[in-house]
Write a protein that binds this ligand. Structure first.
Ligand code: 5GP
Ligand code: ZN
Length: 117
């Protein structure tokens, strides 16, 4: 199943919802988070519906790598590569995953604490 009906991120990634795109190719889209937790907070969303990191298959390995590169490229374009940025993939309840469609967060533009709360 490539797309899931009623999945907001499927609709966004596949162009059914009009939204500003920071990057797009045949496999993914990069957009601003609707509720940013840092001055820069973007989401890399695959066009294929994958519920979360636990459901990634061997065939998705290249996709995952390219999603990380896309996040880093956007960090460079937004000039936060030197100051730094954080990549997050929330998986299931304790991590705070709220959208059941795999996505990579890239946050930057302010100092961050470790460990996260
Ligand atoms: P999660 O908590 O699942 O790791 O992250 C979901 C993220 O998606 C949240 O940061 C939330 O603000 C963002 N989000 C949820 N719905 C939408 C939407 O319709 N548009 C955009 N741009 N971001 C969304
Ligand atoms: Zn989906």
């Amino acid at each position: 199943m490539r797309q899931k009906m009623s999945c907001t991120f499927c609709m966004i990634a596949n162009g059914e919802i009009e939204i500003k795109k920071l990057y797009e190719d045949k496999d993914m889209i990069v957009i601003n988070d609707i509720n940013p937790q840092a001055p820069i907070h973007i989401l890399v969303i695959p066009k294929k519906h994958i519920e979360n990191l636990l459901l990634v298959e061997p065939a998705d390995v290249e996709l995952l790598g390219r999603m990380l590169i896309a996040a880093s490229n956007v960090a460079k374009e937004l000039s936060i590569d030197k100051t730094g940025y954080r990549i997050v993939i929330n998986t299931n309840r304790d991590a705070g995953q709220t959208v059941g469609h795999l996505h990579v967060h890239m946050l930057g533009g302010r100092p961050m604490k470790w460990p996260p709360g």
